[in-house]
Design a protein around this ligand. Sequence first.
Ligand SMILES: [Zn+2]
Length: 79
Amino acid sequence: MHLAMSAPTLCIHCGLSAGEPPRLNRLEDGRPCPVCAERLLALLPPLLPAPARVGEEAPEDDFEAPEPGYDAADFDQPA
Ligand SMILES: [Zn+2]
């Protein structure tokens, strides 16, 4: 939904002002407008971190590095 994000808008459901600041309007029968409620939810910051950062962190090496002094060259040589 990209309905005129910049200009003041009226809610398509309840017909009341829908922004600046965003608010939850009520219908004539007193119930909160579901369209206003959805809009407010969409404006809230996400509770979960965005998945776009997956892979950004460098994976930790689980295996231990060879100790200093350990000659890895001997490992492949047949006894
Ligand atoms: Zn509304």
